[in-house]
Ligand binder design. Structure first.
Ligand code: NAD
Length: 281
Protein backbone atom coordinates (compact mmCIF):
# COMPACT_ATOMS: atom_id res chain seq x y z
CA UNK A 1 0.00 0.00 0.00
CA UNK A 2 1.33 3.45 -0.93
CA UNK A 3 2.06 6.00 1.80
CA UNK A 4 -0.57 8.59 2.67
CA UNK A 5 -0.21 12.06 1.17
CA UNK A 6 -2.05 14.10 3.80
CA UNK A 7 -1.73 17.16 1.56
CA UNK A 8 -4.29 15.62 -0.79
CA UNK A 9 -6.97 14.97 1.83
CA UNK A 10 -10.24 16.78 1.04
CA UNK A 11 -8.89 18.15 -2.23
CA UNK A 12 -10.92 17.71 -5.40
CA UNK A 13 -9.72 15.45 -8.23
CA UNK A 14 -11.29 15.23 -11.68
CA UNK A 15 -10.37 12.19 -13.76
CA UNK A 16 -11.48 12.08 -17.39
CA UNK A 17 -11.71 8.56 -18.79
CA UNK A 18 -11.96 7.54 -15.13
CA UNK A 19 -14.15 4.59 -16.05
CA UNK A 20 -11.22 2.95 -17.86
CA UNK A 21 -8.58 0.57 -16.61
CA UNK A 22 -5.65 2.91 -15.91
CA UNK A 23 -7.58 6.01 -14.89
CA UNK A 24 -10.07 3.93 -12.89
CA UNK A 25 -7.12 2.72 -10.80
CA UNK A 26 -5.97 6.35 -10.43
CA UNK A 27 -9.44 7.50 -9.34
CA UNK A 28 -9.60 4.74 -6.71
CA UNK A 29 -6.17 5.61 -5.31
CA UNK A 30 -6.93 9.34 -5.13
CA UNK A 31 -10.16 8.53 -3.25
CA UNK A 32 -8.21 6.24 -0.91
CA UNK A 33 -6.00 9.25 -0.20
CA UNK A 34 -9.11 11.14 0.98
CA UNK A 35 -9.71 13.19 -2.16
CA UNK A 36 -13.21 13.91 -3.46
CA UNK A 37 -13.11 12.37 -6.91
CA UNK A 38 -15.22 13.20 -9.96
CA UNK A 39 -15.08 10.31 -12.42
CA UNK A 40 -15.91 11.60 -15.90
CA UNK A 41 -16.51 9.08 -18.65
CA UNK A 42 -18.32 9.01 -21.98
CA UNK A 43 -20.11 5.81 -20.96
CA UNK A 44 -21.69 6.58 -17.59
CA UNK A 45 -21.97 2.93 -16.49
CA UNK A 46 -18.19 2.53 -16.56
CA UNK A 47 -17.75 5.58 -14.32
CA UNK A 48 -20.48 4.31 -12.01
CA UNK A 49 -18.73 0.98 -11.54
CA UNK A 50 -15.60 2.80 -10.34
CA UNK A 51 -17.61 5.07 -8.05
CA UNK A 52 -19.45 2.13 -6.46
CA UNK A 53 -16.09 0.55 -5.65
CA UNK A 54 -14.78 3.80 -4.18
CA UNK A 55 -17.88 4.26 -2.02
CA UNK A 56 -17.81 0.62 -0.89
CA UNK A 57 -14.33 1.36 0.43
CA UNK A 58 -15.51 4.46 2.30
CA UNK A 59 -14.35 7.05 -0.25
CA UNK A 60 -16.14 10.02 -1.80
CA UNK A 61 -16.76 10.09 -5.55
CA UNK A 62 -19.30 11.01 -8.19
CA UNK A 63 -19.83 9.56 -11.66
CA UNK A 64 -20.54 12.06 -14.43
CA UNK A 65 -21.37 11.25 -18.05
CA UNK A 66 -19.10 13.45 -20.15
CA UNK A 67 -17.72 13.20 -23.66
CA UNK A 68 -14.48 15.19 -23.48
CA UNK A 69 -14.89 16.24 -27.12
CA UNK A 70 -18.23 17.93 -26.41
CA UNK A 71 -17.54 21.34 -24.92
CA UNK A 72 -21.10 21.59 -23.52
CA UNK A 73 -20.70 18.25 -21.69
CA UNK A 74 -17.45 19.43 -20.12
CA UNK A 75 -18.92 22.80 -19.09
CA UNK A 76 -21.87 21.01 -17.45
CA UNK A 77 -19.54 18.53 -15.73
CA UNK A 78 -17.33 21.32 -14.38
CA UNK A 79 -20.36 23.14 -12.98
CA UNK A 80 -21.62 19.94 -11.37
CA UNK A 81 -18.24 19.23 -9.75
CA UNK A 82 -17.99 22.83 -8.54
CA UNK A 83 -21.48 22.76 -6.97
CA UNK A 84 -20.84 19.39 -5.31
CA UNK A 85 -17.21 19.58 -4.20
CA UNK A 86 -15.83 23.05 -5.10
CA UNK A 87 -13.13 23.93 -7.65
CA UNK A 88 -10.85 21.25 -9.05
CA UNK A 89 -7.40 20.87 -7.47
CA UNK A 90 -6.03 17.99 -9.56
CA UNK A 91 -7.15 17.44 -13.17
CA UNK A 92 -6.17 14.18 -14.84
CA UNK A 93 -6.70 14.15 -18.59
CA UNK A 94 -6.98 10.42 -19.06
CA UNK A 95 -9.64 9.88 -21.73
CA UNK A 96 -7.91 8.49 -24.79
CA UNK A 97 -7.44 5.45 -26.91
CA UNK A 98 -7.15 3.95 -30.33
CA UNK A 99 -9.54 3.00 -33.11
CA UNK A 100 -8.99 0.93 -36.29
CA UNK A 101 -9.80 4.06 -38.36
CA UNK A 102 -6.55 5.68 -37.20
CA UNK A 103 -4.52 2.50 -37.58
CA UNK A 104 -2.73 0.72 -40.44
CA UNK A 105 -2.99 -3.06 -40.77
CA UNK A 106 0.68 -3.59 -41.50
CA UNK A 107 3.70 -2.25 -39.66
CA UNK A 108 5.41 -1.17 -42.89
CA UNK A 109 4.47 -0.57 -46.52
CA UNK A 110 3.50 -3.76 -48.34
CA UNK A 111 3.71 -3.61 -52.12
CA UNK A 112 0.86 -6.00 -52.85
CA UNK A 113 -1.54 -5.17 -50.02
CA UNK A 114 -4.97 -4.27 -51.36
CA UNK A 115 -7.09 -1.75 -49.51
CA UNK A 116 -10.35 -3.31 -48.30
CA UNK A 117 -12.22 -3.62 -45.03
CA UNK A 118 -9.62 -5.95 -43.59
CA UNK A 119 -6.35 -4.45 -44.85
CA UNK A 120 -5.87 -0.71 -44.27
CA UNK A 121 -2.73 0.82 -45.70
CA UNK A 122 -1.54 4.36 -44.99
CA UNK A 123 -3.15 5.33 -48.33
CA UNK A 124 -6.58 4.04 -47.25
CA UNK A 125 -6.73 6.18 -44.12
CA UNK A 126 -9.37 8.88 -44.21
CA UNK A 127 -9.01 12.35 -42.76
CA UNK A 128 -12.11 11.63 -40.66
CA UNK A 129 -10.66 8.39 -39.28
CA UNK A 130 -7.31 9.97 -38.51
CA UNK A 131 -8.95 13.03 -36.94
CA UNK A 132 -11.26 11.03 -34.70
CA UNK A 133 -8.30 9.32 -33.00
CA UNK A 134 -6.17 12.47 -33.00
CA UNK A 135 -8.98 14.53 -31.52
CA UNK A 136 -9.84 12.08 -28.76
CA UNK A 137 -6.23 11.95 -27.61
CA UNK A 138 -5.34 15.61 -28.02
CA UNK A 139 -8.40 17.86 -28.27
CA UNK A 140 -9.98 15.64 -25.60
CA UNK A 141 -7.33 16.93 -23.19
CA UNK A 142 -7.36 20.51 -24.48
CA UNK A 143 -11.10 21.10 -23.91
CA UNK A 144 -11.27 19.88 -20.26
CA UNK A 145 -8.07 21.82 -19.52
CA UNK A 146 -9.56 25.06 -20.83
CA UNK A 147 -12.77 24.56 -18.89
CA UNK A 148 -11.51 23.20 -15.55
CA UNK A 149 -8.37 25.36 -15.36
CA UNK A 150 -10.40 28.58 -15.19
CA UNK A 151 -11.18 27.85 -11.53
CA UNK A 152 -7.76 26.27 -10.89
CA UNK A 153 -5.71 29.43 -11.41
CA UNK A 154 -3.88 31.09 -8.50
CA UNK A 155 -4.66 28.30 -6.00
CA UNK A 156 -1.64 25.89 -6.27
CA UNK A 157 -3.22 23.20 -8.43
CA UNK A 158 -1.99 20.64 -10.92
CA UNK A 159 -2.83 19.11 -14.27
CA UNK A 160 -1.61 15.65 -15.22
CA UNK A 161 -1.87 14.60 -18.86
CA UNK A 162 -1.60 10.99 -19.96
CA UNK A 163 0.96 10.50 -22.72
CA UNK A 164 2.42 7.29 -24.14
CA UNK A 165 5.64 5.59 -25.26
CA UNK A 166 4.44 6.43 -28.76
CA UNK A 167 4.82 10.15 -28.12
CA UNK A 168 8.60 10.18 -28.43
CA UNK A 169 9.26 7.32 -30.84
CA UNK A 170 6.07 6.45 -32.74
CA UNK A 171 4.85 2.87 -32.59
CA UNK A 172 4.05 1.17 -35.86
CA UNK A 173 0.39 0.94 -37.00
CA UNK A 174 -0.90 3.83 -34.84
CA UNK A 175 0.04 7.10 -36.60
CA UNK A 176 -2.93 9.15 -35.38
CA UNK A 177 -2.51 8.06 -31.76
CA UNK A 178 1.25 8.68 -31.89
CA UNK A 179 0.84 12.16 -33.39
CA UNK A 180 -1.71 13.05 -30.72
CA UNK A 181 0.44 11.83 -27.84
CA UNK A 182 3.44 13.75 -29.26
CA UNK A 183 1.15 16.79 -29.23
CA UNK A 184 0.29 16.03 -25.59
CA UNK A 185 3.98 16.19 -24.62
CA UNK A 186 4.45 19.44 -26.47
CA UNK A 187 1.26 20.93 -25.01
CA UNK A 188 2.28 19.83 -21.50
CA UNK A 189 5.46 21.88 -21.81
CA UNK A 190 3.69 24.84 -23.40
CA UNK A 191 1.00 24.91 -20.74
CA UNK A 192 3.49 24.46 -17.91
CA UNK A 193 5.22 27.66 -19.02
CA UNK A 194 1.96 29.54 -19.55
CA UNK A 195 0.44 28.47 -16.23
CA UNK A 196 3.51 28.88 -14.01
CA UNK A 197 2.38 32.42 -13.18
CA UNK A 198 -1.07 31.06 -12.31
CA UNK A 199 0.37 28.47 -9.88
CA UNK A 200 -0.79 25.50 -11.92
CA UNK A 201 1.85 22.82 -12.42
CA UNK A 202 1.39 20.80 -15.62
CA UNK A 203 3.05 17.41 -16.12
CA UNK A 204 2.47 14.17 -17.99
CA UNK A 205 2.83 10.49 -17.26
CA UNK A 206 3.88 8.29 -20.19
CA UNK A 207 2.79 4.73 -19.37
CA UNK A 208 4.61 1.91 -21.09
CA UNK A 209 2.62 -1.16 -22.05
CA UNK A 210 -0.37 -2.16 -19.96
CA UNK A 211 -2.97 -4.68 -21.13
CA UNK A 212 -6.33 -2.87 -21.41
CA UNK A 213 -9.45 -2.88 -23.59
CA UNK A 214 -7.94 -0.51 -26.14
CA UNK A 215 -4.88 -2.64 -26.94
CA UNK A 216 -6.09 -6.17 -26.13
CA UNK A 217 -6.76 -6.90 -29.81
CA UNK A 218 -3.25 -5.79 -30.77
CA UNK A 219 -1.47 -7.67 -27.97
CA UNK A 220 -3.33 -10.96 -27.47
CA UNK A 221 -4.81 -13.50 -29.89
CA UNK A 222 -8.38 -14.71 -29.42
CA UNK A 223 -7.09 -17.74 -27.51
CA UNK A 224 -5.20 -15.46 -25.08
CA UNK A 225 -1.73 -16.22 -26.42
CA UNK A 226 0.59 -13.23 -27.05
CA UNK A 227 0.65 -11.77 -30.58
CA UNK A 228 3.94 -11.22 -32.38
CA UNK A 229 3.59 -7.55 -31.38
CA UNK A 230 3.32 -8.45 -27.71
CA UNK A 231 6.41 -10.64 -28.01
CA UNK A 232 8.31 -7.71 -29.55
CA UNK A 233 7.20 -5.43 -26.71
CA UNK A 234 8.42 -7.83 -24.08
CA UNK A 235 11.73 -8.28 -25.89
CA UNK A 236 12.11 -4.48 -25.91
CA UNK A 237 11.24 -4.02 -22.23
CA UNK A 238 14.29 -4.53 -19.99
CA UNK A 239 12.01 -5.56 -17.11
CA UNK A 240 10.39 -8.15 -19.47
CA UNK A 241 6.80 -7.69 -18.38
CA UNK A 242 3.76 -5.52 -19.02
CA UNK A 243 2.83 -2.93 -16.41
CA UNK A 244 -0.04 -3.28 -14.01
CA UNK A 245 -2.26 -0.20 -13.44
CA UNK A 246 -0.98 0.01 -9.85
CA UNK A 247 2.52 0.69 -11.20
CA UNK A 248 1.37 4.20 -12.18
CA UNK A 249 0.07 5.23 -8.79
CA UNK A 250 3.29 6.24 -7.01
CA UNK A 251 4.17 8.60 -9.86
CA UNK A 252 0.60 9.91 -9.87
CA UNK A 253 0.66 10.75 -6.14
CA UNK A 254 4.10 12.33 -6.40
CA UNK A 255 2.94 14.61 -9.24
CA UNK A 256 -0.41 15.39 -7.58
CA UNK A 257 1.08 16.36 -4.21
CA UNK A 258 2.56 19.85 -4.27
CA UNK A 259 4.59 19.08 -1.19
CA UNK A 260 6.35 16.24 -3.04
CA UNK A 261 6.77 17.74 -6.53
CA UNK A 262 6.21 21.46 -6.03
CA UNK A 263 9.15 22.44 -8.28
CA UNK A 264 8.27 19.94 -11.04
CA UNK A 265 6.41 21.30 -14.05
CA UNK A 266 6.59 20.61 -17.78
CA UNK A 267 7.89 17.07 -17.20
CA UNK A 268 6.81 13.85 -18.89
CA UNK A 269 7.59 10.87 -16.67
CA UNK A 270 7.93 7.44 -18.31
CA UNK A 271 6.58 4.49 -16.28
CA UNK A 272 7.60 1.76 -18.67
CA UNK A 273 9.93 -0.90 -17.26
CA UNK A 274 12.82 0.75 -19.15
CA UNK A 275 11.20 0.58 -22.63
CA UNK A 276 12.07 4.18 -23.53
CA UNK A 277 15.66 3.86 -22.36
CA UNK A 278 16.41 0.72 -24.38
CA UNK A 279 17.73 1.02 -27.95
CA UNK A 280 17.13 -2.67 -28.56
CA UNK A 281 20.79 -3.73 -28.74
P1 NAD B 1 -9.38 2.36 -21.36
O1 NAD B 1 -10.01 2.16 -22.70
O2 NAD B 1 -9.52 1.31 -20.34
O3 NAD B 1 -9.88 3.75 -20.73
C1 NAD B 1 -10.22 4.88 -21.48
C2 NAD B 1 -11.54 5.42 -20.95
O4 NAD B 1 -11.83 6.63 -21.65
C3 NAD B 1 -12.71 4.47 -21.17
O5 NAD B 1 -13.44 4.31 -19.96
C4 NAD B 1 -13.56 5.17 -22.22
O6 NAD B 1 -14.95 4.94 -22.06
C5 NAD B 1 -13.22 6.62 -21.96
N1 NAD B 1 -13.44 7.48 -23.11
C6 NAD B 1 -13.17 7.18 -24.42
N2 NAD B 1 -13.53 8.21 -25.18
C7 NAD B 1 -14.01 9.17 -24.35
C8 NAD B 1 -14.53 10.47 -24.55
N3 NAD B 1 -14.64 11.00 -25.78
N4 NAD B 1 -14.94 11.17 -23.48
C9 NAD B 1 -14.84 10.65 -22.24
N5 NAD B 1 -14.38 9.42 -21.99
C10 NAD B 1 -13.96 8.69 -23.04
O7 NAD B 1 -7.85 2.66 -21.66
P2 NAD B 1 -6.60 2.90 -20.69
O8 NAD B 1 -5.53 2.03 -21.18
O9 NAD B 1 -6.96 2.85 -19.27
O10 NAD B 1 -6.22 4.38 -21.16
C11 NAD B 1 -6.13 5.48 -20.30
C12 NAD B 1 -5.14 6.48 -20.89
O11 NAD B 1 -3.83 5.89 -20.85
C13 NAD B 1 -5.39 6.83 -22.35
O12 NAD B 1 -5.10 8.19 -22.56
C14 NAD B 1 -4.39 5.97 -23.10
O13 NAD B 1 -4.06 6.51 -24.35
C15 NAD B 1 -3.23 6.00 -22.13
N6 NAD B 1 -2.26 4.93 -22.29
C16 NAD B 1 -2.58 3.60 -22.16
C17 NAD B 1 -1.59 2.64 -22.29
C18 NAD B 1 -1.88 1.17 -22.15
O14 NAD B 1 -0.95 0.37 -22.31
N7 NAD B 1 -3.09 0.78 -21.82
C19 NAD B 1 -0.28 3.02 -22.55
C20 NAD B 1 0.02 4.37 -22.68
C21 NAD B 1 -0.97 5.31 -22.54
Amino acid sequence: MLPTHSNLTDQVAVVTGGGGVLCGAMAKELARQGMKVAVLNRTLEKAERVVVEIKDNGGEAVAIACDVLERDHVIAAEEKVFQLYGPCDVLINGAGGNHPNGTTSHEVFQKNAQGDEVIRSFFDMTTEGFSSVFNLNFIGSLIPTQIFAKRMVERTTTIINISSMSSVSPMTKVPAYSAAKAAINNFTQWLAVYMAEANIRVNAIAPGFFLTDQNRGLLTNEDGTPTARMQKILAHTPMQKLGSPDDLLGTLLWLADDEASGFVTGACIPVDGGFMAYAGV
